[in-house]
Write a protein that binds this ligand. Structure first.
Ligand code: ADP
Ligand code: MG
Length: 689
């Protein structure tokens, strides 16, 4: 009795049906039994026709008594089928479905669900136009399909719902002995959960809706629990990895660096630096997520970690998702590293070929001590002499696989992941569940919370003028560089000219976008920094990393077009000095989602709250933008709404792995077998024990 058995061993499954089942991802009995219904219909209370109310949506069971084909003037064919259950008649009104004459011959008993309309006469006569039906076979099989709460599955054109339902019933009955509880007693005892066999049975054929809910809860917990087990095992293994090196605090770079810094670290920064240093000094690799809101000072923290690596004779690499962010990091780090005599280089695929080759050579020879780059650092032909630390900024745009790939470049290198988008705790637990987490929960002192307003364009322009006349600077962001015939959106290039000529003639307006050459971007940023430019018109290239303390206004045009995370990032470009800063949103929100995004921006400046909101609005898949995010897919569990269950599963899984990391105890044997069988390959589960 093996759940991994091919479905073709089930009665009624030949090669054709085997293929149809494979099309919806069902190859094994296990996959069949975990092909959960998309819905259930209540056929436990079938109505008699005589009991129907006018306009009632319900289900009846009746027999076909007559067909009335009708040819309308527009030559459309209309078929009326009379049904009777002995208490009255119900007529199916079928437009362009003449074939129903054959599917539903006289004498056939069917179940019909739909909205029944009472006819004026005779008594107990109803009509139904929008309906679904199911043919009964008249034998005991029908007990699966009627008289109960019945599962409805997603099927394809040739895969019949009724067949699938019967097949699942058959598999449930036949494989019952194989369906044993696999969660260990310490997990289930004291919980009011259904055991696994029962949960699997009830998710398909629940005796009542209450039991259906219990089944869903148990299965949702199981999905979370197994995932967290995988993460817990990974985490355990990572912790036991031994790196060849361990660092010592030499301080020959860190001390002069602190002296160069124009500020003191905040208490939170000190805390996370301590956490990171402790990991780096241990014999096990650092594997840590560093999160903190925009502007909380993560980059400086990562620089400390890089300096510790360099002090110890290792190379460090920092990888950013876009060229402009990599450049920004490079410029920021150079400011300090140059004075410290640390050799830094930038590597991006957009670079001049010759220069690119030179940088690669210098990285390979160990000449470059800190390499800053984009995905280019992941290229196969880029190799390091002695890579000790990898810093990954904006992790979610990379994905888990890339994270591992960069680590591979240094044997057991330390990995520090930074996210500029704070991640809701629920997602952090699933996506980064194998990482330790450090959080900077505080902005540097003296920063005033940014004030956010929704204004008309004219009001916003006047506001910008007010600020610029006081010597401040402003950003004006557009969603596009060029106007496009498909959109009626204002675009950055045209608007830069317009704004310069018509709106702000007395000030200097600059333009910045992604298609400019690196040197040009640098020159424009320098001009902005030196106040040669008062107002910088831009696209979202300035979303990340830009750091101009004197800029106090962020005007976002067509704010309805941007995602919440982007809006928050853009807003984070101001408020970096001690002056009050403002974020001005201009645009017309036409969809409910756009309205909620704007509302969320007006309501809060807290990145974590914003991220939670964003998750609510978009759902977890969209939140990370791409499928390659590595976000696991759950069939039943819902990361957002079942968060408490997820936390519970996580705690339990980590405690279990702590106590018995190789699942060697007798009571953990079924769990181990289950994990390896059901999730072994697809989840890439590291073999437990
Ligand atoms: P993040 O990467 O978290 O968005 P950054 O590291 O870019 O933040 O820091 C934002 C700005 O704040 C930078 O100009 C940085 O030099 C400055 N900064 C960092 N830490 C402090 C601090 N403790 N006090 C004052 N300014 C700080
Ligand atoms: Mg940053």
């Amino acid at each position: 009795m093996d759940l991994q058995k091919d479905v073709r061993y089930l009665k009624g499954v030949g090669p054709a049906r085997q293929r149809l089942l494979a099309d919806i991802g069902i190859r094994t009995v296990y996959e069949l039994l975990t092909y959960y219904p998309r819905d259930h219909v209540d056929r436990s209370h079938l109505k008699l026709i005589a009991q129907l109310q006018d306009q009632e949506t319900t289900t009846i069971q009746a027999t076909v008594v007559a067909h009335h084909p009708i040819y309308t003037r527009s030559r459309k064919k209309l078929l009326k089928i009379d049904l009777s259950d002995g208490t009255g008649t119900a007529t199916l009104v079928c437009f362009n479905q003449f074939y129903l004459k054959d599917t539903l011959p006289q004498g056939r008993t069917i179940i019909v669900n739909g909205k029944f309309e009472k006819k004026t006469s005779p008594a107990n006569a109803f009509e139904v136009t929008n309906f679904t039906y199911e043919v009964l076979s008249g034998d005991h099989e029908d007990l699966i399909h009627t008289g109960r709460i019945v599962p409805v599955y997603s099927v394809t054109q040739h895969l019949n719902l009724r067949f699938l339902r019967s097949l699942i019933r058959q598999a449930l009955d036949e494989y019952r002995p194989a369906l044993a509880e696999f969660l260990p007693p310490e997990i289930i005892s004291g919980q009011s959960w259904l055991d696994w066999p029962r949960a699997i049975e009830y998710i398909h054929f629940p005796p009542s809706f209450t039991e259906l809910e219990l089944a869903k809860r148990r299965l949702a917990f199981t999905e979370f629990f197994i995932l967290e087990m995988v993460l817990a095992v990974k985490h355990f293994k990572e912790q036991r990895l031994v790196k060849g090196n361990s660092y010592q605090l030499k301080k020959n770079l860190l001390t002069p660096f602190k002296q160069l810094l124009p500020f003191e670290f905040t208490a939170e920064q000190k805390k996370v630096i301590r956490e990171i240093f402790e990991d780096m000094q241990s014999v096990h690799p650092l594997n840590r997520l560093l999160q903190g809101d925009v502007g909380s000072g993560k980059t400086v923290v990562s620089l400390c970690a890089m300096l510790l690596a360099v002090e110890n004779g290792y190379q460090a690499a920092i990888m950013a998702p876009t060229e402009i962010l990599a450049e920004q990091h490079f410029l920021y780090l150079e400011r300090y590293l140059h004075d410290l005599g640390v050799k830094t280089a930038l590597l991006t695929s957009g670079m001049d070929k010759k220069e690119y080759r030179q940088v690669k050579t210098d990285i390979a020879s160990g000449q470059v001590q800190v390499a800053v780059g984009t995905q280019a650092l992941l290229e196969k032909d880029v190799s390091f002499k002695r890579l000790g630390l990898v810093v990954i900024d904006e992790q979610h745009k990379f994905g888990v696989r890339q994270r591992l790939s960069l680590r591979g470049k240094g044997s057991q290198a330390d990995v520090l992941v930074m996210t500029a988008t704070p991640i809701p705790r629920s997602l952090a637990l699933t996506l980064y569940g194998d990482l330790d987490v450090s959080t900077i929960g505080q902005l540097p002192p003296g920063r005033l919370p940014i004030k956010t307003y929704k204004l008309t364009e004219q009001e916003a322009y006047d506001f910008v003028k007010g600020q610029v006349s006081q010597g401040r600077q402003a950003f004006i962001v557009y969603p596009l560089i060029e106007e496009s015939p498909n959109f009626t959106l204002k675009a950055a290039r045209r608007m830069a000219t317009d704004l310069q000529e018509k709106v702000f003639p007395e000030y200097k307006v600059g333009l910045m976008h992604g298609r400019l050459k690196v040197e040009e971007k640098e020159r424009i940023m320098a001009d902005f920094k030196n106040k040669k430019i008062d107002i910088l018109v831009a696209t979202t290239v300035i979303e990340v990393g830009i750091d101009i303390a004197n800029a106090t206004v962020m005007l976002i045009e067509h704010a309805e077009r941007f995602g919440l995370a982007t809006l928050h990032q853009l807003r984070g470009r101001v408020g970096r000095g001690s002056d009050q800063s403002y974020c001005l949103l201009v645009g017309e929100a036409r969809t409910p989602e756009a309205r909620s995004r704007i509302a969320a921006m007006l309501a809060s400046t807290d990145g974590f709250k914003i991220a939670e909101q964003d998750l609510q609005i978009r759902g977890p898949g969209e939140f990370f933008g791409t499928r390659q995010s590595g976000l696991p897919e759950f069939k039943i569990a819902d990361v957002v709404n079942d968060f408490a269950l997820l936390s519970q599963a996580r705690e339990m899984a980590f405690a279990l792995v702590q106590a018995d990391p190789y699942l060697r105890q007798q009571q953990h044997a079924p769990l181990k077998k289950f994990m390896i069988e059901a999730y072994g390959n697809s989840l890439n589960l590291i073999q437990v024990g």
